[in-house]
Design a protein around this ligand. Sequence first.
Ligand SMILES: [Zn+2]
Length: 232
Amino acid sequence: MIDVLAIGAHPDDVEFGVGGILARLAQQGKKVKIVDLTRGEIGTRGTPEIRKAEAEASARVLGVEDREILDLGDGQLQANLESRRAVIEIIRKHRPTIVIAPHVEDLHPDHASAGRIVSEAFYPSGFANYPAGGEAYRPRGVLFYQAHLRFDPSFVVDTSETFDKKMEAIRCYASQLHKEQDDEPQTGISHPEFLGRIEARDRYYGSLVGSKYGEPLRSLRLLRTDSPLDFF
Ligand SMILES: [Zn+2]
């Protein structure tokens, strides 16, 4: 049993979307596992081997040592029965209380597919006779994080105390980021302003809830509370 299973389409997705949240959960002693559904093998920069080493270094910075990288096809990730079964088997093996995944609407089709795979896996994972390995288990909820496209969050987590750790984790992906005298092809992530954009977004969401930094999450279902006071 773990507390949180955080899923990305590519190594680095969870860092951008929920790096501050994962570092905060780790600091709180929660059991967190990261699963990247693809190796990032068609990335413009770096190689899968470099990205794996970077992803492992980043996980250590976040305090989440348990990271697994699947090979479901970078650039071709699809919500189909094969990918659903792979995610169900991960869920059944680790039995997380909640699963966090990229939002189902995004510019990058792999991110959107990863969100769909998770949203279509978590429910049938609880069917005793569903044709997948492992013992039936359904997490209590799924939360989505933002990648390229703005969405309407259900809530914002205050990440002021772990924002620096998030940025340190992101800087582990040196092959993807801007550097001086850079001969490799440029991408959105290698733009010199990229880290500043991440900071601006987290400042923005923090400003909406009265904290310095924040990361937004969206729930599929309406969230319940026992008391409105819990929010304040
Ligand atoms: Zn990605």
